[in-house]
Each structure stands twice: as structure tokens, then as C-alpha cells.
Ligand binder design. Structure first.
Ligand SMILES: Cc1ncc(COP(=O)(O)O)c(C=O)c1O
Length: 407
């Protein structure tokens, strides 16, 4: 126990609040105007919702954009609209939020976990190809933390085996792969506007696509199965009410104006922090340069090697670093397939085939990321200054120095 560490009462390396969400009076005004108008929402979603969808589609370079209640539902709508059937296999990474895989169960399909690349933490295209069977129908690559997946390789595999690609871009607002916005490359791209995300209205979701048939079907599923030109009580699909409000739409539209500048700043700070952390023995930032032209750092992740920190565990390291004033966290404690949902096959009413068994699934790179290696710094810090990034590196060096003596 070294008294110099903030966790034991010593001085913090950095003492600053990194606010999130960031807003100003114009955000308050646009919401207030809608409140006063009394037009808070309607079954066709309302003008403001449509206007925001058009803006977001243009921003992503996609033909269509469709809002919905959250990112999980966005993925669910996209997968179901792709026409999957019960028992179809859908390839997903195990290092992601539960929704990427649980929505597959909700579509009566089988998530097949494919390990991530050790250098990027994104799904490994080489492993995808090995996991394909005659039942495989789609791949859901996750642009984890805001870093683009290897989309050329993924799209080539999808083309070869006739698979659909649904990009989970919940972390990827504004980030780019070879100059294209994430979400705009596959059959559909799904975003979350939940409160921690780089673009937020507290909750909310979006799907972008260039495929008109897919868009029409998702639109119907979002709106209790109604179809364009149909009667009010005429329902063609087993949809639900997944619409957002006009208040959310105007807030998102106003927030979208800041996204390009914020993304540029995140990219710049993340790149600078990489240059500082790669000089520290035992710390490795995730690799860059795999085609991502803009990284939006929804999370800043680095890999930790405890052998260079006197075997201080990752969990303790992250707690000590957070106490030093670096908003950070140990990340996912376990790969997704270890969740009770999969191990205990708690599939409730969903029709998952009996042969499905996750007890033997083992993805070594994800295991290592969860148990030993990955440390996450939160996205709001990436809107900080260059000096903040220097303090983050200083805090890690402080812990390293102390740990070699006595922690
Ligand atoms: C990778 C990923 N996919 C999907 C989602 C689901 O988004 P939502 O929380 O808006 O349903 C999240 C949310 O955290 C996520 O991190």
C-alpha cells in the first residue's frame, strides 16, 4: 500500500470532470419548441423524425435511414428484415455488448461466436471463414470501440457465401473505413443513441441501408406491421411500436451538428495517446491502420501486461488508474458465450435447435482480452485536451513506478 497513490489517499494525477453529454442552450430550445408545439410524436413518426432520418442518411452516405427505440432493436429489425429463418446461423464476435448476440436469439437464430483479432479486438475475417456452414445466413461485425472492422475482407467472404452483413455500428458514429462512414458498407448498419454513445438522445437507435426492400420491411416492423398506403388497422408483419419521439429527433439533429468536430477531436486525441502509451513498457494501444480512415474512439482501449507492473492484476490496475483521475474500467469481465443466457440455454420461448451447446466454446483472444489485457478509457475523455492525454500517460507511469516498489 503506497500512500503516494490516489487510491490510498495520495494526490490524483488528474483532477478534472469530463462531462457527458455535452449540450448548450440550442439543445434546450429545440426540445422546448417541440414540447410547446404539442406535436410530440405520431404514427408516421412526425416531420422532425423524418427530417433527422434524412440528415443522418446523408451524413452516412446511405440512401435510407430509419430511427427506432434503441440500438438493440435496430439490429433486430435489420436481421429479421433480412429474411432469416429459425435455426439459421449468424456469425458474431464474443467481445461485444450482449445485444449483438441476444437479438439473434430473439430472431430464433443461432449466434456462432468467432474470435477477435488480437491486435484490433475486431472480429477476425480468417476465423469467420472457418465458422461458415450451410446454415450460415449473416455476419454481424461490430466496429468495436469505434474502430472499423476489416470490411473488404468481410464483404468478400459475404459475397463468396451469399451472406448478409449487418454492421453493428453502435460505437461507430462518424468513424470511417477507407473514406466510407461505418454502417454504410454492409446490407444495413445499426447505431445506438443510448446515453453513453458518441451521439445520444438518452435512448434511441437507427438503421441505415441502401436496400429499398429491406428499408420498407424494417419500416413496417417498426410500425406494428403497417405498410405504405395500407389502412390504419391493417397489419402485414409481426412488428411492434418501435418509434421514437419528435423530442428525440430534434435533439439528435442538433447534436449531429457537433459530431464531425467531436469525432475529429477524438481521432486526434486517440492518435496522440497511442503515441504516448506505446512508449510505456507493458502497455500496448490497439493496432491502427487496417483501413480505418477515421476512428471515433467510442472507447479508448489499451492492452495491459501485468508482468511489467509487478503482477498487479488488471482489475486492480484499472481501479488504481481510475482513482488517479483517469475515467476507466476493466471492460467486459467474460466473453459473451460465458453468460448464463448461453451456458444455461435460457432461451425461454425462442425456438433454438436442441443441438446448440455453448459449453465448449472457447475463443482464446477474447478470453485474454477480458481476463488479462483490455482496459477501457471512456469516450468523453477523448474530447479533452492534449495535456489531458499526457496526464493519462503520466498516471500509468506513476502506477508502474510505484508497483515496482510496493503497491
Ligand atoms: C456493440 C453494441 N451493440 C449494440 C448495442 C445496443 O444498443 P442499445 O443500448 O441502444 O440497445 C450496444 C449498446 O451498448 C453496443 O455497445
Amino acid at each position: 500500500m503506497n500512500k503516494n497513490l490516489a487510491i490510498y489517499g495520495g494526490p490524483k494525477t488528474i483532477d478534472k470532470n469530463f462531462d457527458w453529454p455535452v449540450y448548450n442552450e440550442t439543445d434546450v430550445d429545440v426540445v422546448a419548441q417541440i414540447v410547446r408545439s404539442g406535436k410530440w410524436g405520431n404514427p408516421d413518426c412526425g416531420d422532425e423524425v423524418e427530417a433527422f432520418e434524412k440528415e443522418f442518411a446523408a451524413y452516412c452516405g446511405s440512401r435510407y435511414a430509419l430511427t427506432c427505440v434503441n440500438g438493440s432493436v435496430a439490429l433486430r429489425l435489420a436481421l429479421i428484415a433480412c429474411g432469416v429463418k429459425p435455426g439459421d446461423e449468424i456469425i458474431v464476435p464474443p467481445y461485444t455488448f450482449i445485444a449483438t448476440a441476444s437479438i439473434v436469439i430473439e430472431a430464433n437464430c443461432v449466434p456462432v461466436f468467432v474470435d477477435i483479432d488480437p491486435n484490433t479486438y475486431n472480429i477476425s475475417p480468417a476465423q469467420i471463414e472457418k465458422a461458415i456452414t450451410k446454415r450460415t445466413k449473416a455476419i454481424i461485425p461490430v466496429h468495436f470501440a469505434g474502430q472499423a472492422c476489416d470490411m473488404d475482407a468481410i464483404m468478400a467472404i459475404a459475397g463468396k457465401y451469399n451472406l448478409r452483413v449487418i454492421e453493428d455500428s453502435a460505437h461507430g458514429h462518424g468513424a470511417e473505413y477507407k473514406g466510407k462512414k461505418l454502417g454504410s458498407i454492409g446490407d444495413a448498419g445499426c447505431f445506438s443513441f443510448q446515453s453513453s454513445k458518441n451521439l445520444t438522445s438518452g435512448e434511441g437507435g437507427m438503421v441505415v441501408t441502401n436496400d429499398e426492400a429491406l428499408y420498407d420491411r424494417m419500416n413496417s416492423l417498426r410500425n406494428v406491421g403497417r405498410v405504405k398506403g395500407g389502412q390504419w388497422y391493417e397489419h402485414h408483419y409481426a412488428g411492434c411500436n418501435y418509434r421514437i419521439t419528435q423530442m428525440q429527433a430534434v435533439l439528435l439533429s442538433n447534436q449531429l451538428k457537433n459530431l464531425p468536430d467531436q469525432t475529429a477531436r477524438r481521432h486526434q486525441n486517440g492518435t496522440y495517446l497511442n503515441s504516448l502509451l506505446e512508449k510505456i513498457d507493458g502497455i500496448k494501444p490497439l493496432a491502427r491502420g487496417g483501413g480505418e480512415t477515421v476512428h471515433c474512439y467510442h472507447i479508448y482501449i489499451f492492452r495491459y501486461d501485468k508482468s511489467k507492473f509487478n503482477n498487479l492484476s488488471k482489475v486492480d490496475f484499472a481501479k488504481i488508474l481510475a482513482a488517479e483521475g483517469v475515467p476507466c474500467f476493466m471492460g467486459y469481465p467474460e466473453p459473451l458465450y460465458r453468460q448464463p443466457l448461453f451456458q444455461e440455454k435460457n432461451f425461454l420461448c425462442y425456438a433454438i435447435p436442441d443441438y446448440v451447446d455453448y459449453s465448449q466454446v472457447y475463443c482464446p483472444v477474447t478470453e485474454k482480452a477480458c481476463h488479462e489485457e483490455a482496459v477501457w478509457i471512456f469516450q468523453n475523455t477523448m474530447l479533452g485536451t492534449k495535456a489531458d492525454m499526457e496526464k493519462f500517460a503520466e498516471a500509468i507511469l506513476k502506477i508502474q513506478k510505484v508497483s515496482l516498489l510496493d503497491y
